[in-house]
Design a binder for this molecule. Sequence first.
Ligand code: FES
Length: 508
Amino acid sequence: MAGKISAERDGGYIRVAVPDIYRGMTASEALRLMGLDIDLPCGGNGRCGKCSGYIETVTDGVKKVMPVKLCRSAVPNEGAVTVGFPETLLLGGTNVDVSGENCDACGESESSDGFLAVDIGTTTVEAVLKCCGRTLGHFAGLNPQKKYGADVISRIAFSKTPGGLERMTGDIRLCINNMLEAGRKKHPGLKIGNVYIAGNTTMQHLFMGVSPESMGHYPFTPAFTEARQLKGAEIGVNAENVTVLPSADAFIGADVVAGAELYLEDPDLPPTLFIDLGTNGEMVLKSGGRYYATSSAAGPCFEGANISCGTGGIEGAISDVKDSERGLVIGTIGDKAPVGICGSGLLSLVAVLLERGVIDETGLMEEDLEICGFLKTPGGEKPVQTGISLTRKDVREFQLAKAAIRTGVEILLEKAGLEAKDIETVYTAGGLGTHIDPSAAIRTGLLPPEFKGKCKAPGNTSLYGATAAGDDPTFLEKASALALKFETFSLNDAKNFSEKFIDNMYFD
Ligand code: FES
């Protein structure tokens, strides 16, 4: 962070006093120069409206507050200026929930065995602080690398620019050090000696400072997949030891291997599918003791990118839409006022609109639609006009993403010589998978109808895997052995991919 800045939290917002030297710059640029990077989903060109905040000026004792797009609004030339923005926009910010309870098993000392388990997602970074089996804190924030691109392809592209790799590596390590610092502040006596990292293969490369360039083109070969164990001092992480969990290939990362180790390890398991639904749809099918794995490029639509009013899974994101006789019933994360629509909200909204016939089987919608109805609040349902729209282009984006996932599932099943009805259980993990409404997934064709009643959403399995590595000394070895058993293949090599993909664009 540049110099000392004066910032405070205020009702979900961060307020920052802006020094005179930043007058005339855009608010987002001033914040950046002060060391506060905020998320600019459309690159700061004023199109998406997702960088809403406010500029407050006090001139001769008169206060004025102006709602603004931070990427387009200049810091005024007069008055004492404060810029306010939602905490959820802060890249690398850690919405810290440190319980404050001490570990009563070891009493927290220099001989404690505290550790930080981290899931580095393309969009979000989530971590837990653990000791003696207890969770002492939880951290979540946007991945600070998001400013360089929404998906792994754009991060790989940025890594090839001068200094690009070093910047992304520095940003993610700083983010983790900030989490460690916050944990130590709350638990000053606790020794946090270990950090365990799980993420997709590109995120693991960027964390390690290893170029992911070779994964950006055929034959998509990662520089490493094996687990890495090293001293924190070697890589500028403020913990004694750092462990990076093993991946299987460029598209089947440690996040998926960890989930598979946790949920597919039973040798007598009937055919079971594990799908990580986030920016990509990574999937593993275990059948007859074999692990078939592939990845479909769904694009960042389910993370809110490329959707006109899309947003990640942040507070206020519309996450659930149901139909009722009175109209749409709209649920948001944290029961907050709607700020956008996230993947699960998009999925449930499209399912409702298909049922109503507003969207036809080809994906045609007569006109863009504002989402209005009744907002679920802690005090009951209240009429709402959200000002958040679903456009015809959004529906097309959704069709592309759902067709990619469904096609991946079908080809994976073919590879294993199975049909959808043969699958006993479907675990859905990842940003969308955790909050997915299986009936909406089936209604929209994201998943086949034969999966009805078989879906389970265990949560952030990548984080659980990183945690298991800290809790169980044998986990790393088991996950490493499992990663070698994966039979991975590229959907591009499947002869019937295009045909299936086009079929799956339709809504049945
Ligand atoms: S980032 Fe400001 S409008 Fe898109």
